[in-house]
Write a protein that binds this ligand. Structure first.
Ligand SMILES: NC(=O)c1ccc[n+]([C@@H]2O[C@H](COP(=O)([O-])OP(=O)(O)OC[C@H]3O[C@@H](n4cnc5c(N)ncnc54)[C@H](O)[C@@H]3O)[C@@H](O)[C@H]2O)c1
Length: 384
């Protein structure tokens, strides 16, 4: 038996595999504890003959690169590493250019693969680099943040930000394999964990009311990692994401667009805050989801009780729910509306928004009444 197999057995942990089935591009998502040690074997089996360049950020590399490198070396497939600065600012053209050149210097060939080893920033950046390097090399996603494990590592959206907005340059590039080692989540800061948790809550709010109710009862178990709550939350989220991606890989039928619940508001707030520590992505999404519910109530689409329940819950887990929660200067309504209009959910002069008919019942409204939205945003910007 290989050493990595023994490690998995010794830890006594089972693993779960969820398949994403797409024509010619199907791949497994493996979820479990202590999976880094077996990464080399898994990749060597899934991608025979491929050598691997690991892309990571400084925080994750310092904590976890040595065991991943050892596992890849055990199978003779480690080509080298490229480590970027942590944070959203690394999803940029300059960092992408340097990364692509580093990967070429590591002699990544067409048959090789890039391992995106980090949070959503590394996943989006390394996935995009892989999609354009030598006209496309394969990528293995090894997500290390909660947000990346439940969302960004699955589904093949990759990209970078520009000053015009977030994720406006990118590609669809499905991974060949996703390995989510849930034991790595123990070193995430509480703030990062909570921000990622906003995306877990999103799956309940957009289409799975019983999951939301379960989260309301069990969130402390998910946060503390005691018992199986955390693993169940990750698996349920990944199953939901996989099903949506299978149904609408390229966001053509509207199903995948539901994953943008809270995102048009949230992306505008993130852009306003300069993609900085002032407001993390998941925090912006929490405020955005609250706004989506409140606006839906205002349009007579959603019971007020559902919106109040969502707001109470997000606040109870410690997520921000109001625009005023952003520290420092506040956006004007005009600024927010301009930033919302730049988000890619704009078709012609019409703004599409994901709205709700209640908890677990999101839908895409393609023709949002702009005067009502302006009124709403103006009031929200003035609410303390
Ligand atoms: N492609 C998609 O479908 C998709 C979906 C949702 C979000 N996203 C993108 O994901 C990004 C946000 O991802 P994120 O929240 O993971 O941010 P991130 O990648 O910046 O990671 C958050 C922080 O946690 C650190 N970190 C990561 N794993 C760690 C670990 N195990 N232990 C200790 N520290 C760790 C990172 O170094 C970083 O400082 C955004 O750019 C967003 O646009 C993409």
């Amino acid at each position: 038996m290989m050493r990595d197999g023994a490690t998995a057995l010794a830890s006594g942990q089972s693993e779960t595999t969820i398949e994403v089935t797409l024509p010619g591009r199907s791949y497994p998502i493996v979820i479990g504890e202590g999976l880094i040690a077996s990464a080399g074997r898994r990749i060597a089996t899934a991608l025979p003959g491929a050598r691997c360049a690991v892309v990571s950020d400084e925080n994750v590399a310092a904590l976890y690169l040595p065991p991943l490198k050892a596992s890849l070396e055990l199978h003779g497939i480690f080509l080298g590493k490229a480590v970027v600065a942590p944070g959203e600012a690394s999803k940029s053209f300059p960092v992408l250019a340097t990364l692509c050149e580093t990967l070429l210097e590591l002699s990544v060939e067409r048959g090789d693969c890039v391992i995106a080893f980090g949070g959503g920033v590394v996943g989006d950046l390394a996935g995009f680099a892989a999609s354009i390097l030598r006209r496309g090399v394969r990528v293995v996603q090894m997500p290390t943040s909660l947000l990346a494990q439940v969302d960004s590592s699955v589904g093949g959206k990759t990209g970078i930000d520009t000053r015009q907005g977030k994720n406006l340059i990118g590609s669809f590039h499905q991974p060949s394999l996703v390995v989510a080692d849930t034991s790595l989540l123990s070193t995430l800061s509480p703030r990062e964990f909570r921000a990622g948790y906003a995306e877990v809550v999103k799956y309940g709010l957009l289409g799975d009311a019983p999951f939301f109710a379960w989260l309301e009862q069990n969130w402390t178990e998910v946060f503390s990692a005691a018992g199986g709550g955390r693993r169940r939350a990750v698996e349920t989220s990944v199953r939901a994401k996989a099903a949506i991606v299978e149904a609408d890989e390229r966001e053509e039928t509207g199903r995948r667009a539901l994953l943008n619940l809270g995102h048009t508001f949230g992306h505008a707030l993130e852009a306003f805050a300069g993609y900085s520590d002032r407001l993390l992505h998941g925090e912006a999404i929490a405020i955005g989801m609250r706004l989506a519910f409140a606006f839906s109530v205002e349009l007579g689409l959603c019971p007020a009780g559902d919106a109040a329940r969502v707001e109470r819950y997000l606040a109870a887990v410690g997520l921000p729910v109001k625009i005023a929660a952003i520290p420092g200067s506040q956006p004007t309504p005009g600024e927010l509306l301009r930033l919302m209009a730049q988000d890619k959910k704009v078709k012609g002069s019409r703004l599409a928004l994901v709205l709700v008919r209640g908890i677990g019942a999101a839908f895409v409204e393609h023709d949002v009444p702009l005067p009502r939205l302006t009124e709403f945003i103006t009031r929200e910007c003035a609410t303390r």
